[in-house]
Design a protein around this ligand. Structure first.
Ligand SMILES: C[S@@+](CC[C@H](N)C(=O)[O-])C[C@H]1O[C@@H](n2cnc3c(N)ncnc32)[C@H](O)[C@@H]1O
Length: 175
């Protein structure tokens, strides 16, 4: 009886791991960056290095469940998150409602939108997507716009500053 219970428990844990791993691999293959949330302290550091002002309009490109967007929304005039994977957008919207944070979340491809009205851009995306942002979005931004990237540089654009937080690296760019 006990061994059947442990066998079922083992099958359940293994099944969950297989589902999570397949989802991560599928997500990476499909979108070029799986959902890996930024830790709270790193998200706080991203906001600090962005030097957010109450008048800023922010976007979090590939926002996941809103770790960065929800924090930014408390400190700036307008914060929007965009993500191509709808379950994380539903999760982010639920979190915004739960905490009463005035963040907006868009389900869709970040490259299908015009971000010229943004003064601060946050990213935590893999190199292929960062190269596309460097080529397709960065040149369209107004002078003075700040782009803060967790983990990965903005293609070959030279960073204005870089900061280390433990094992994480934060790249700051000022257009
Ligand atoms: C590494 S996660 C970062 C999540 C969040 N920004 C954070 O730091 O917690 C990358 C996210 O980018 C999203 N993504 C990948 N390609 C995208 C695209 N073309 N348009 C919008 N979102 C995209 C993925 O679905 C994933 O949730």
């Amino acid at each position: 009886m006990l061994s059947t219970f442990f066998l079922l428990l083992f099958a359940l844990v293994l099944g969950t791991l297989v589902v999570l791993l397949s989802w991560a691999v599928w997500s990476f293959w499909r979108h070029g960056a799986p959902f890996i949330p930024t830790d709270g302290p790193i998200a706080d550091a991203l906001l600090t290095h962005a030097q957010l002002q109450p008048t800023d309009r922010c976007v979090d490109l590939g926002c996941g469940h809103g770790a960065i967007t929800l924090r930014a929304a408390r400190q700036c005039a307008d914060a929007v998150g965009v993500d191509i994977y709808w379950p994380v957008i539903a999760w982010a919207r639920a979190r915004a409602r739960w905490w009463g944070v005035p963040a907006r979340f868009i389900h869709g491809d970040l490259f299908m939108h015009d971000w010229r009205d943004r003064t601060v851009i946050f990213c935590y995306l893999f190199p292929g997507l960062m190269h596309r942002i460097a080529n397709e979005i960065w040149p369209t931004l107004h002078p003075g716009t700040r782009l803060i990237s967790h983990g990965f540089p903005l293609g070959s654009v030279p960073p204005t500053a870089t900061h280390r937080h433990g094992r994480a690296i934060i790249f700051v760019y000022v257009r």
